[in-house]
Design a protein around this ligand. Sequence first.
Ligand SMILES: NC(=O)c1ccc[n+]([C@@H]2O[C@H](COP(=O)([O-])OP(=O)(O)OC[C@H]3O[C@@H](n4cnc5c(N)ncnc54)[C@H](O)[C@@H]3O)[C@@H](O)[C@H]2O)c1
Length: 248
Amino acid sequence: MQIWDFEGKTVVVTGAAQGIGKEVASEIVRGGGHVVILDLNLNKAEETAKELGNSKAYRVDLGNSESIRETMAQVLNDYERIDVVVNCGGIVSRALFEDLTDAEWDRCVRINMTGTFVMCQTVYNHFKEHGGGRIVNVASVAGKIGGGLMGRSAYAASKAGVIGLTKAIAKEGGKYNICANAVCPSFTKTPMTSSLDEETNNRIISMIPLGRAAEPHEPAQMILFFASDAASFVNGEIGDVDGGIVLD
Ligand SMILES: NC(=O)c1ccc[n+]([C@@H]2O[C@H](COP(=O)([O-])OP(=O)(O)OC[C@H]3O[C@@H](n4cnc5c(N)ncnc54)[C@H](O)[C@@H]3O)[C@@H](O)[C@H]2O)c1
């Protein structure tokens, strides 16, 4: 496996207590970086920080803008310099459009899209003052094809919003050397997908040209590339790690 160079870098990764975010955090530490883990589940985040070493956990609720602003103010106070933010924390919403309640719509859009917006905004000025920085947002194939694998309309809309937001930040932030890119995974074996019944599992896999689910390290590799200096001229790119679903 490729070792990415994060020597001397401090990287904030949301949702890194488990799943894809944990994989990303682990590879950053392996590449010599320090990881700031932000997660709703502080116990699990602390366990992960202990397991990985060279990382520190903070509690944040991505569904609550105040919580994000407070936690990020603390992080920016504790660290002289943040180099990269990876927004990986999120939830799936499986409600059919016809059954979708206002509350479920709000919950999903608030955590996945508004949470990403507030995270990006809290670090934007810091990046401006320090000559730049990198943002990697984790969207989903659902944001490109209208859901249908696991997440449905609220999830698809929240992730499509993340894609649009990423492009807008790339455009406005470029002049400050702020690069924003997004990664669109498809079906990946993490705690988010582990409770699916066999029939749903097989139905989803039948839609993926590679004919299998991804391991967490597979989407993590593209996230790490976008987060690293190897992607220094990559800005506003939306990268698919979907086994061949989207083909654009
Ligand atoms: N697993 C997949 O098949 C898949 C596919 C496409 C996109 N994604 C996206 O990848 C990202 C990571 O997914 P995963 O599969 O690792 O999920 P996961 O459920 O395994 O991990 C998500 C992490 O986010 C944290 N989190 C959830 N709500 C939060 C909140 N309100 N505040 C702070 N933290 C919160 C959880 O505690 C958890 O640690 C998500 O954005 C997800 O939408 C996943």
